[in-house]
Design a protein around this ligand. Sequence first.
Ligand SMILES: C[S@@+](CC[C@H](N)C(=O)[O-])C[C@H]1O[C@@H](n2cnc3c(N)ncnc32)[C@H](O)[C@@H]1O
Length: 289
Amino acid sequence: MDQDMFDNEYNTNAFGGIWTYQKLVALKKYLSAFTTALKEKPFKLIYLDGFAGTGSCDIKIKGEGERKIIEGSATIALNTKPPFDHYYFIELASRKQSALRRLVKENTDRNVDILDGDCNQALIKICETEEWKRARAVLFLDPYGFQVDWTTLKAIANTKAIDMWYLFPYSGLYRQAPKDVDALDSDKEAAINRILGTDEWRQQFYRPSPQGDMFGKEGEVRGSHQDMLDFVTNRLKQIFPCVLDPAVLYQGNNSSGAPLFALYFAVSNPNQQARTVATRIAKHILRAP
Ligand SMILES: C[S@@+](CC[C@H](N)C(=O)[O-])C[C@H]1O[C@@H](n2cnc3c(N)ncnc32)[C@H](O)[C@@H]1O
């Protein structure tokens, strides 16, 4: 993604936590493009935040070691113009729910539900009960780690009405799937199965080692980051009609070192026109070719 875009947006140079700018700027741009594109259409417009936080984020500023407070996803959504018709903020931590309630009090003209509890249960319920023939939604999934179950992604895809931004916890994936296959235990395997909905990743991530290990014993080596990311992308493509290649986000300003997150955009609506509009906007935001 384009570094200038973030520096201009917040008039600052961030280094640690740059991915926080990246995901939030992408979200901000998409939300206003989405409500603008659909404002004349006969749909109820819904914003869903699976990991709403407090409405503000703490960012480390380059060179100073100081932290800066910026708008979090909930604030960005509430400030989106034209506004959404309904907002759902899901948040597990009670202290953060209190901060969200204060935020909502400052925005009494917005129709907001703060949902206490686990994102998976709350989202599946909304996916199964909302009248999606008459509604369109943007969902932001911004977990710290491996919180989003594959079954939840399937429920989201089944609505055929939700555009999803998912900050996939890629660094978590390569920690759970360690380089050394001997360190891969059953807990780690189960965690990966839960977020990818299959155990087929095992064949793609680990290949027989051509040289064997240092003692000449036959072994397995983990594939490249690209192999692992391709697997995730292809899995999402099995349930969403349209998935863009992710923006890979790193610890710092450049792509040296291992990736931290993969920012995915996926469209659940199979309608060709809806997909074209959504992906044109999202591609522009992601600076995809
Ligand atoms: C990365 S932060 C979200 C930041 C937020 N999107 C923002 O822009 O300000 C992740 C949030 O998810 C919450 N959380 C963690 N596990 C959760 C779960 N299973 N369901 C819902 N929220 C959860 C945490 O309390 C935390 O506030």
